[in-house]
Design a protein around this ligand. Structure first.
Ligand code: 6PG
Length: 250
């Protein structure tokens, strides 16, 4: 099977189960390295429908029991501005599928306080406190991203204002270019500072988007305003695309 040529490494599997296994191993390796080197693992997770079964896989399958959850912080890449008990809440899904089922410290779970008056500022403050912020951006150890069929990632939607924000780590995003409800999202600055980023894309429905990105990459890049995912370009980290054969175009 020919792998799509994209910026970053590309890992294509026959089926989603194999994809979960390979991604799970990558996450486990990153966790172990982070704990060995720095004593703590900072993991940022996305919502959406694609990762739900992957999160359950991490909880159910024996090999992942060795993930050092007691030394892991879970952050959230983006959130919809709804209460945590709303079915549209990304945190609700992450909690129900993963965070509530692994032996983590409560204080290491970091939902975005989206119902507060200034959620972006509050979350940035929380990041700074936990990372004992130095002047530069904190470096998340492993970020799991998804991608919409319009090539958005996190809550960075085509032509939306958040794409132009480069002076903070977290920002609000709403308006005509944002799929409602309004969102709060990690910015490119924070995402691109991460040590490892994994983009998980599955299903035939995403194959056209992958083709568009591949065509843009062949012509030297692509415009993040049109395809926000191409703005994911780690400064000093690694980017890997994890996709099943269907998303890769069969
Ligand atoms: O809140 C969200 O919706 C996400 O964090 C978003 O960036 C998601 O990863 C993509 O929209 C893909 O969503 P699906 O997995 O549902 O296709």
């Amino acid at each position: 099977m020919a792998e799509p040529k994209l910026t970053g490494a590309v890992h294509v599997t026959e089926d989603v189960e194999t994809l979960y296994d390979d991604l799970g191993k990558a996450l486990m390796g990153a966790a172990q390295r982070a704990v060995d080197e720095r004593g703590v693992f900072h993991l940022a997770l996305s919502g959406g429908s694609t990762p739900e079964r992957f999160y359950m896989h991490l909880v159910m399958e024996p090999p992942y029991r060795t993930i050092p959850w007691d030394k892991t912080h879970i952050w959230i890449v983006d959130e919809r501005c709804v209460p945590f008990d709303d079915d549209k809440s990304n945190w609700k899904m992450i909690q129900e599928t993963l965070a509530d089922h692994v032996p983590m410290r409560r204080r290491n779970k970091h939902p975005m306080p989206v119902m507060d008056a200034e959620p972006a500022k509050a979350y940035e403050h929380e990041l700074c406190e936990v990372f004992a912020c130095k002047p530069e951006n904190p470096r998340l150890d492993f970020v799991l991203l998804g991608m919409g069929d319009d090539c958005h990632t996190a809550s960075l939607f085509p032509h939306s204002s958040a794409l132009r924000v480069n002076d903070c780590m977290i920002c609000a995003n709403e308006g005509k270019h944002v799929v409602p409800p309004p969102r709060v999202t990690m910015t490119y600055a924070l995402l691109n500072a991460a040590r490892e980023l994994a983009v998980m894309v599955t299903g035939e429905k995403k194959a056209d988007a992958i083709k568009r990105i591949e065509a843009a990459c062949e012509q030297g890049g692509g415009d993040p305003r049109e395809m926000p995912i191409v703005g994911i370009d780690p400064i000093d980290g690694e980017l890997t695309w994890y996709m099943d054969k269907a998303a890769a175009g069969g």
